[in-house]
Design a protein around this ligand. Structure first.
Ligand code: NAD
Length: 331
């Protein structure tokens, strides 16, 4: 990387970027009302990452590269997570996926495969079940502490209050609003003269973080579960086994995953998913590639913000799909 920008100029730009990105994050996470597209946010974020890589001493504590999410909203009890809820590192092309693969190869001590999953565009949730019963649900928040949204999660009929097994476990996944429900909701809000939601992700976040479970119940939210905390305690040694186990317990999982032997196969999966994307009843904004074996995930480890054993490939088309009036779904 050439240092075309000197230290002083970089310092000024880093300051601007941190301020701007933190403002955007607040609008997105705390207010559920983004004012710029995700593609624009990702572009500025990437510029910041590049500058911090060039001049690591410019990395600020409050930089969005050093933290997950944003401050919590008022009105909900706080829940400390049993283990940190992380973000994901992003890739925007095949070269970046290959670089990710090389980093995994360097860290991994044993052979591994990958699991490719759809990246659901919703908001992350952690749910605890005790002896099969749902006892607590929390948003990701800042990754360490989230908002207690148990009553709202209980109001979502697609999420089981009781599992098929009397198991004690913690599962994590993504709450989302189906495209059809989003269009219907915004139409109703428009007719009532209320503000409309920018996209299904923000509609889902606004619905889950409102203080009235009746409103949550009326908006047809759904969820896909993709993380089982302490999977080995439940006999799962791979991500695929964890997904199948959660499915067997009665949790909604996304079956569109694929086990791939090497990174060369990931592009075929991405192309397939990108073609199917428009016809899916839910929004996806990319593909998540994960080391499949939990033992290798442990070997590869994580950064302050994201696991090193996973990466999110973000679709380019996302740039065009941001604000509501650009969306032409039919219900
Ligand atoms: P992210 O959305 O890029 O990826 C991490 C998240 O993906 C996880 O926390 C999880 O919730 C989700 N996910 C969905 N499917 C998954 C799967 N199968 N497996 C694992 N995780 C899955 O990261 P983020 O930290 O949640 O948000 C950052 C992104 O949010 C930015 O890249 C940007 O696109 C958007 N953002 C936009 C604005 C804006 O103003 N428009 C502001 C802040 C952030």
């Amino acid at each position: 990387m050439s240092k075309a920008i000197n230290f002083e100029q970089a310092g000024k730009r880093v300051e601007e970027l941190v301020l701007t990105l933190n403002q955007y994050s607040h609008e997105y996470y705390a207010l559920d009302a983004p004012t710029v597209s995700d593609a624009e946010y990702d572009r500025l974020y990437r510029e910041l990452v590049n500058l911090e890589t060039m001049y690591p001493e410019l990395t600020k504590q409050d930089s969005p590269t050093q933290r997950v999410g944003d401050a919590l909203i008022e009105g909900f009890e706080k829940v400390e997570h049993s283990s940190q809820m992380l973000s994901l590192e992003n890739a925007f092309n095949l070269e970046e996926l290959e670089a990710f693969d090389r980093r995994v190869e360097q860290q991994a001590k044993s052979s591994h495969t990958y699991l490719s999953e759809m990246k659901i565009d919703g908001l992350a949730i952690a749910i605890k079940y005790e002896n099969g019963y749902l006892v607590q649900a929390a948003t990701r928040g800042d990754g360490r502490v989230g908002e207690d949204v148990t009553q709202n999660i209980r109001a979502i009929s697609a999420i089981p209050i009781r599992l098929r097994d009397n198991v004690t476990c913690e599962v994590r996944g993504e709450v989302y609003m189906p495209k059809g429900s989003f269009v219907k909701l915004n139409k109703e809000r428009d007719e009532e003269g209320k503000d409309i939601f920018a996209n299904p992700r923000n509609a889902a976040a606004g619905t889950l973080r409102n203080l009235n479970p009746k409103i949550t119940a009326s908006r047809n939210l759904n969820a896909f579960f993709y993380t089982l905390v302490d999977p080995e305690e439940h006999g799962a040694n791979t991500q695929k086994e964890a997904i199948e186990l959660m499915n067997a317990w009665g949790l909604h999982v996304n079956h569109e995953y694929e086990c791939i032997q090497s990174i060369d196969e990931v592009w075929a999966y991405i192309e397939k998913v990108e073609k199917e994307r428009q016809d899916l009843p839910y929004e996806i904004d990319g593909v998540v590639l994960k080391v499949n074996e939990f033992s290798v995930q442990e070997e590869v480890g994580m950064t302050v913000k994201a696991p090193r054993w996973a990466i999110a490939y973000k679709f380019k088309a996302e740039e065009a799909q941001t604000l509501l009036h650009e969306i032409e779904w039919t219900v």
